[in-house]
Design a protein around this ligand. Structure first.
Ligand SMILES: [Zn+2]
Length: 440
């Protein structure tokens, strides 16, 4: 292992060893800051340190003064991690370095992003580099619970008259199998996030003892609703500009018919929309609003018919889906089964970054330069990131950690045995240094 790889592995492992489990213990964030101060002395001495949430949040920002303040750049990540459940090959917070990897919760979501961004700044300061523009490192403390850390960071920037030209956060990565049949890894740059909605369906009854049950008890009606939603296409798939841009971008890594069809995705839209959602859940998520039932509640005893039973569904709105119309549609379906519809949380898809813009192109071109063996494509994010908050004050919110991840590593996100290749850290730091150096 090269000296650099060794240093990066040990550096990330130190961050992983601090269990900053989301929403559990604020002391862990203070411990993380201590490790960061030791690990990145140039950042701590050269940059302005900002705690935008004051007493109420452990979000932290660093301002690295550039020659100009006209086009600020914000590099984002989150410090918190999800809890570590299940059986692990190495203890989840041991930060074990083995098999060419760093193991542990947060090693890939997303202390790697935190590490690569702050380490690149650390090295550039040590080399005497002065950035062309002001650069902010912005690290929230509660992304995993959709908390307010990112909001504090954004509001601090707004209050200080900072309007970022570009924000970069986690989201996509460099993945081997972005699409079935890919011939090379692709850097997937998130340019838009799907919408999000939790809907609680409630069925009521008079209740009573379970020994003489009537027909159509609450769970029977809820089951009919679930069944209906599984059998029918409640939300029709459709092509969106984001899906089109992504398919076109990926065509370069495909061969034969797939390459031709994706390259001319506009022309083949009717057949893609018809076939792709049936082939894979990924295709369905790419081209439409998805809905899945995730929670159920009934009475408090096995022999009591519930007076109120509920099931909660989680929806991810496709870009362009009108949330009000979508919920109205669900309400009408639920009514057929004498079920109420309650919206718990709801937001529509974010705006889409212009892939023809100079700022997108510079990011994508840097990716191609640093990783010449990889393709680059825009990407529709199915989940959520802090970046959607920052996106309200910047025209160019890009979501991608420039680290190579295998399918197994992707599957370890929020699961057991989370890990990252040490070589991916070298690539990640290299990317951010190159990106910062050329950012004007
Ligand atoms: Zn994350």
């Amino acid at each position: 292992m090269s000296d650099k790889a060794q240093i990066y592995a040990e550096g990330l492992a130190k961050l992983v060893r601090v269990p900053t489990v989301t929403g559990v213990d604020r002391k862990s964030f203070a411990a993380l800051r201590k490790v960061m101060a030791e690990e990145f002395p140039h950042v701590y001495s050269e940059c302005e340190i900002i705690m935008p949430g004051g007493e109420s949040s452990d979000a932290i920002m660093f301002k690295w003064k550039g020659r100009s303040s006209s086009r600020p750049l914000v590099l984002m990540a989150h410090q918190d991690v999800v809890p570590a459940e299940g059986e692990w090959k190495y203890p989840a917070f041991s930060g074990t370095i083995a098999d060419g990897k760093v193991w542990g919760r947060g090693s890939m979501d997303c202390k790697n992003t935190l590490y690569c961004t702050i380490r690149s700044v650390e090295e550039l300061i040590a080399e005497g580099f002065v950035p062309e523009q002001d650069i902010y490192l912005s690290y929230s403390d509660n992304e995993e619970t959709s908390g307010n850390g990112a909001r504090f960071c954004r509001d601090w920037l707004t209050a200080h008259g900072v309007k970022p030209a570009v924000a970069v956060d986690e989201g996509g990565a460099i993945v081997r199998e972005a699409f079935p049949g890919m011939t090379k890894p692709f850097a997937m740059i998130g340019i838009i996030e799907k919408g999000y909605c939790d809907v609680k369906f409630v069925a009521r009854s008079k209740g009573g003892h379970s020994s003489s049950p009537p027909k159509d008890t609450p769970f029977a009606r809820l089951a009919k609703l679930v069944n209906y939603c599984e059998k029918h296409t409640v939300f029709k798939p459709h092509m969106t500009p984001a899906a089109l841009a992504m398919l076109k971008g990926l065509s370069e890594g495909l061969t034969g018919v797939l390459a031709f069809v994706t390259k001319h995705a506009g022309l083949f839209t009717p057949v893609i929309v018809k076939v792709l959602p049936k082939l894979t859940p990924f295709g369905a998520a790419l081209l439409g609003t998805t809905m899945v039932f995730t929670m159920a509640q009934g009475s408090s005893a096995p022999n009591v018919i519930p007076q109120e039973a509920s099931m909660t569904a989680n929806l991810r709105f496709a870009p362009g889906e009108d949330s009000k119309l979508a919920i109205e549609k669900l309400r009408r379906i639920a009514e057929k089964f004498d079920i109420e519809t309650h919206v718990m949380e709801c937001r529509e898809a974010t705006p889409m970054v212009d892939v023809e813009s100079a700022d997108y192109k510079y990011f994508a071109d840097t990716m191609a330069k640093v990783f010449p063996d990889c393709g680059v494509a825009p990407y529709l994010i199915f989940g959520g990131t802090d970046c959607r908050t920052m996106q309200t004050i910047t025209p160019c919110a890009l979501r991608c950690t420039p680290c190579k991840l295998s399918p197994e590593q992707l599957a370890s996100m929020h699961a057991a045995d989370e890990n990252i290749d040490i070589s991916s850290l070298v690539g990640g730091v290299n990317f951010f240094k190159t990106y910062i150096k050329g950012y004007k």
